[in-house]
Design a protein around this ligand. Structure first.
Ligand code: UD1
Length: 425
């Protein structure tokens, strides 16, 4: 972790087969809401399998700025104590670097009855408003005004309610679920996000004594409790990191074994990779992929909320399709501007046409190295995957995006045989 090194670049010499084992880290998108959810309790929380990422560091800085005590013990377990929260404030400087900071809104309001959280603002991949979070909290009785770029929220005591999301929102569902934990009475959330990370957050909250049912389905029911107790909880494995390494191995024609992962949450991605030609086997907590002597075939997909194909895997699969034989139609339904990696892939020789929210690839025989620029977290992963297969040395600029969400990525890829190094200026 540490400060993002803004000028760092990655140099990748493509064409090396990835072979070997990789241990999957804890899930970023579970760790962030769970850290935010920790402030619902005045009792200590211990978290295992926290990934060492810049987004996690940003969330910890935010929680510390509010008064939470945070320490990593010798086993790198995180001990968090939010007994003495004295500020209910998330400043623009932190929220603008990480939208998931909005996740403190529900917990602050639920436990302390007030919160001042900066609006996240624009984002490279789309508008990403938080109107549904605000609407849900208002339905629970919160008084909310938005001025000078901040959400000002107060509530004497949040009240349970029936709230239907107009659109499936992952962090929206998480915010309302956390708000409901200490609210008075029963909250029924419908059209809830079914993502495994929402379920992991619910299970964490339940381990502290929250009364939640239906997590992992589209209807979550929360019965408010007065207080939460101490807990020790292990964060789930990162399914997006898992999928990224599977695709990285596939594009290089390699053979890989992922350990400490969760195959049950990767079914859609695994079935698409099988259609690409990969030989995949799964056990309880491992996945193996063998691409030796197999020819990559282009595969159509459409992103959608879980259990559909994850938007967070779109850029990586797009890179894979770019050198697979045949043509693929890739439809992005979650974010309106999530094809920026395609423009960079063109610079590496890819033949991909974008029309609205559909990208159509025609597989080229090979990609060639070029200087490229990362625009967001998953786009960076897509470019790394393309570079691993490209002929020559690719330099990827603005890789601070990748450090937000992939733990020790160069080290893990090097262990698999990739020629990758970081250039620090
Ligand atoms: C989360 C994930 C992100 C993933 C995304 C979709 C975390 C920390 N981030 O982001 O990695 O790409 O889910 O799987 O878990 N929307 C509204 N109003 C709202 C909220 C959302 O219109 O109040 C729209 C968004 O603009 C988007 C769609 O709903 O088009 C889904 O967004 P959402 O699920 O909320 O994404 P995040 O929770 O921000």
């Amino acid at each position: 972790m540490g400060k993002p090194r803004i000028m760092d670049k990655l140099k990748i010499t493509g064409g090396k087969e990835l072979n070997g084992e990789v241990i999957i880290s804890g899930a970023k998108n579970a760790a962030l809401p769970i850290l935010a959810g920790s402030i619902l309790s005045s009792a200590p929380v211990t978290l295992n399998n926290i990934p060492q990422l810049n987004d996690v560091a940003t969330m910890l800085t935010l929680l510390q700025s509010m008064g939470a005590e945070v320490i990593f013990d010798e086993k790198m377990d995180l001990r968090l104590n939010a007994k003495e929260i004295e500020k209910y404030f998330a400043p623009y400087d932190l929220v603008k670097t990480m939208r998931a900071s909005i996740l403190v809104l529900g917990p602050l309001l639920s436990r302390f009855g007030r919160a001042e959280v900066s609006l996240p603002g624009g984002c490279a991949i789309g508008a990403r408003p938080v109107n549904l979070h605000v609407k849900g909290l208002r339905a629970m009785g919160a008084k909310i005004s938005i001025k000078n770029g901040y959400i000002y929220a107060t509530a004497k005591k949040l009240q349970g309610t029936n709230y239907r999301f107009d659109e499936v929102s992952v962090t929206g569902t998480e915010n309302i679920m956390m708000a409901a934990v200490l609210a008075k009475g029963k909250t029924v959330i419908t059209n809830a996000a079914m993502e495994p990370e929402v379920k992991d957050l619910a299970q964490f909250l339940k381990s502290m004594g929250a009364n939640i049912e239906g997590e992992g389905t589209s209807q979550i029911v929360v019965d408010g409790v007065d207080r939460l107790r101490e807990t020790n909880y292990r964060i789930m494995p990162d399914r997006i990191e898992s999928g990224t390494y599977l695709i990285a191995a596939a594009i290089t024609g390699g053979k890989i074994l992922l350990k400490k992962t969760a195959p049950q949450y990767l079914k859609t991605v695994i079935s698409k990779l099988q259609l690409s030609g990969a030989n995949i086997k799964c056990g309880d907590d491992w996945i193996s992929l063998d691409m030796h002597n197999k020819k990559l075939k282009a595969v159509d997909f459409e992103t959608s909320p879980y259990p559909g194909f994850p938007t967070d895997m779109q850029a990586q699969f797009c890179a894979l399709n770019s050198i697979s034989s045949g043509s693929a139609r890739m439809k992005e339904t979650i974010f309106e501007n999530r094809f920026q990696h395609v423009i960079e892939l063109h610079r590496m020789g890819a033949d991909i046409e974008i029309k609205g929210n559909i990208a159509t690839s025609k597989g080229v025989r090979r990609l060639t190295a070029a200087p490229v620029m990362a625009t967001d977290l998953r786009a960076s992963a897509g470019l790394i995957i393309a570079a691993l297969a490209a002929h020559g040395d690719t330099i990827i600029d603005r890789i601070y995006h990748i450090d937000r969400g992939y733990e020790r990525i160069e080290e893990k890829l090097q262990q698999l045989g990739a020629h990758i190094s970081r250039e620090t200026s």
